[in-house]
Design a protein around this ligand. Structure first.
Ligand SMILES: [Zn+2]
Length: 693
């Protein structure tokens, strides 16, 4: 499915993309949403990251968004009085945990509901179209629009197939201008149609109002149908809200002149169960211990695990907190045919505690297929009061980027502080000694991704190219078999000449599976070979996907732990305003080779300096530590010690190594530390170079 959203609608784009993953992200922080994205679409991450820049502003102000959103009818809590942050905690379940029949039934009902809403909407659109068709002066202009739309769609498809052919994301020049021309024609046709509609609208209005009302009545009737079948009302709310958001997004797209339509979803066994914890005026806060107490009025909705009562320090490795955070979550699943409430007890591993004074508003349980296996995880939305501002302690300035160091590790962030930390850094796990390299008693240092992690990525890329080679071979074997046996080609419904154009191993694997089910007379040596290929390919794919998931999850975790430790020890966090996502997408000269580029991209997905920045930002805000953002301009081009301007030097000098040479003071210095020092000077109002004068 092509993503045709305008780049100024990043939130909508994120939302739509994740609809496919059956997850909604409106309540997540940026860091969470991006990690989520990476987790499920590691390949698409970098192309989409630029669009997320805008999302950041939205996500940084969750209260305003809550205020803008109309309060749900079922949720009487006044959102406008809430002055704090909504944080989403995510907890994984053991690999063997899965939903029972009742849980799957809920997912299935929600899925069916979505598709019924889509069917209703498409029918409504068709009715409106027919109404317009009765007005010849309008229908003629609409026909022109349709032709123009089709022409554009065809061109966009051509663009896509050319990208595949050229193995590049760059569009050919002639195609680009043809697309621009087609867009212009469509815009004009739409303007004409719009004017025609406008002049006819007054007469048509009562008819439209009638069909709209009819559609609403159908939706209302669906509520009865679905809750009658046992769908939990919170699930109904969730699906309807998601549907309405999608319609709004589509309307925006259409106004921007892009074709868009609601889509049916395929049943994949994935989905999200939702419960809302309603709080009436006068109710106590929905803290973990409140929810565990016998007086909890939410015990028919959600009960956290026993361990949610305890507090333990944020640690990275389970070894550091044996048996901490394990337990069962009890969650409402809807009701059975007799109307009795159904529950599920799902085991969960809480790798970090819920805030003891947090107010839990929403709990979601998602079932997602990862590498051929269903996995469950919870996302728990918690409101916390805005913490009191705390600014005692020294300032710490950060510079981010990625730079391969001589030992094979990759530097992600470098920091310089105005003094030593309030207490020495201690992470309670030897892994962090590798990740956080301190100098000068913690007054400066760097965060690196160890070489062993990078090796995993390199190894994965090797596997990816192995898979690609064996796919080419298997495809050739398949094509030969089809040419040799026209009966086989017919039975499988495949044109032999098309096979060479297949790009996806899963397509070939599906054909092999179909072949396996055919009559024995059509089988032979080739099938045996292809079956062996299919098994091997699936194994490799699952292995790589699992490993990548684990690695990204570990990275997310360590960045959070580091960010928490930093915010506990310093009084101000100083960041620059560089766009780390755009930086991550910029090609590096040595990456002309596609293989290199892919490796390098995978490395950047793992390293994700922007995510370390987000983690620091979030952790500081949660603790009331002020975050000071300054312009990134000129941070690297001035030597902090002597103030000389180094911008004359070629960028190759800077790209090559950590250290650069200052001709004025005849010294070499670390360029990332230098940038962090310059940033620190901006906080004090001491512009870089001022010292020299
Ligand atoms: Zn100098």
């Amino acid at each position: 499915m092509p993503y045709l959203l305008s780049p100024n609608a990043p939130l909508a784009k994120l939302y739509l993309e994740h609809q496919q993953a059956s997850i909604t992200f409106e309540r997540m922080t940026v860091g969470e949403a991006i990690t989520e994205w990476e987790r499920f679409q590691p390949e698409g991450t970098y192309a989409a990251r630029a669009d997320m820049q805008g999302l950041k502003e939205v996500a940084d102000a969750p209260d305003d968004r809550a205020r803008e959103r109309k309060p749900d009818k079922e949720c009487p809590m006044k959102r406008s009085t809430f002055d704090g942050e909504a944080i989403v905690y995510r907890y994984g379940c053991p690999h063997w945990a899965d939903l029972d029949e009742a849980g799957l039934g809920q997912l299935r009902l929600a899925h069916n509901l979505w598709n019924e809403l889509v069917a209703g909407e498409l029918q409504h659109e068709e009715t409106v179209r027919q109404l317009w068709a009765q007005r010849p002066e309008v229908s003629e202009t609409l026909a022109v629009v349709t032709v123009a739309e089709e022409a554009l769609t065809k061109l966009l498809e051509r663009t896509k197939s050319e990208h595949v052919k050229d193995r590049s994301t760059r569009t050919r020049v002639e195609t680009k201008s043809a697309v621009a021309e087609a867009r212009r024609e469509l815009r004009e046709a739409r303007a004409v149609a719009k004017a025609a509609k406008k002049s006819a609208y007054a007469e048509m209005e009562p008819l439209f109002a009638e069909v709209k009302q009819a559609q609403r009545d159908v939706q209302r009737a669906l509520y009865g149908t679905y809750t009658g079948q046992g769908l939990y009302w919170a699930m109904w709310n969730e699906v309807l809200q998601r549907f309405q958001t999608t319609l709004q997004t589509i309307a925006t797209q259409r106004r921007a002149g892009r074709p868009a339509t609601v889509r049916f979803h395929r049943w994949t066994g994935e989905g999200t169960l939702t419960v809302q914890l309603q709080r009436q005026t006068g109710d106590p806060a929905r803290t973990p211990s409140m929810l565990l107490s016998p007086e909890s009025k939410w015990k028919n909705v959600f009960v956290p695990p026993e361990c949610a009562r305890e507090e333990w320090p944020e640690r990275c490795r389970p070894a550091a907190r044996p048996n901490r955070g394990r337990g069962n979550i009890r969650i409402r699943m809807g009701q059975d045919e007799q109307g009795a409430a159904q529950f599920a007890e799902i085991p969960v591993q809480m790798h970090r505690p819920l805030p003891s004074n947090g107010d839990i508003t929403l709990v979601r349980l998602t079932r997602k297929r990862i590498a051929g296996q269903y996995r469950l995880y919870f996302t728990i939305t918690v409101r916390t009061e805005r913490p009191a501002e705390r600014s005692e302690g020294h300032a710490i300035a950060w510079n981010f980027g990625w730079r391969r160091l001589e030992d094979g590790s990759v530097r992600v962030g470098t920091f310089e502080a105005s003094g030593t930390p309030a207490e020495p850094f201690s992470f309670g796990s030897p892994m962090f000694d590798e990740l956080v390299r301190l100098r000068d008693a913690g007054r400066s240092g760097e965060v690196v991704i160890p070489a062993s992690w990078i090796e995993v990525i390199d190894k994965q890329e090797t596997i990816a190219s192995l898979r690609s080679t064996s796919f080419d071979e298997a495809r050739a074997v398949f094509a030969t078999a089809l040419v040799a046996s026209p009966e086989l080609a017919e039975a499988l419904g495949v044109v032999p000449g098309d096979v060479s154009k297949w790009r996806s191993p899963s397509r070939l694997a599906a054909a092999v599976l179909r072949w396996r089910d055919l009559d024995d007379s059509l089988k032979g040596d080739a099938l045996t070979r292809l079956e062996a290929w299919r098994r091997q390919d699936r194994h490799l794919w699952e292995w790589v996907a699992n490993e990548r998931n684990q690695l990204l999850a570990r990275r997310r975790d360590v960045y959070r732990v580091i960010a928490a430790a930093v915010s506990d020890r310093f009084g101000t966090v100083v960041l620059d305003d560089a766009d780390y996502r755009a930086l991550a997408r910029r090609p590096v000269p040595e990456e002309e080779d596609a293989e290199m580029a892919r490796r390098s991209r995978a490395m950047r997905v793992l390293v994700a300096p922007g995510e370390l920045r987000d983690a620091l930002n979030q952790a500081a805000k949660r603790r009331g530590v002020p975050v000071d953002v300054h312009s990134a301009a000129g941070l690297t081009s001035i030597h902090e010690t002597c103030g000389s301007d180094l911008s004359e030097r070629s960028s190759a000098d800077f790209a090559g190594s950590t250290r650069v040479w200052c001709a004025t003071c005849e010294k070499s210095f670390d360029q990332d530390s230098n940038a962090a020092k310059n940033l620190l000077a901006r906080l004090v109002g001491n512009e870089p170079g001022a010292k020299a004068g």
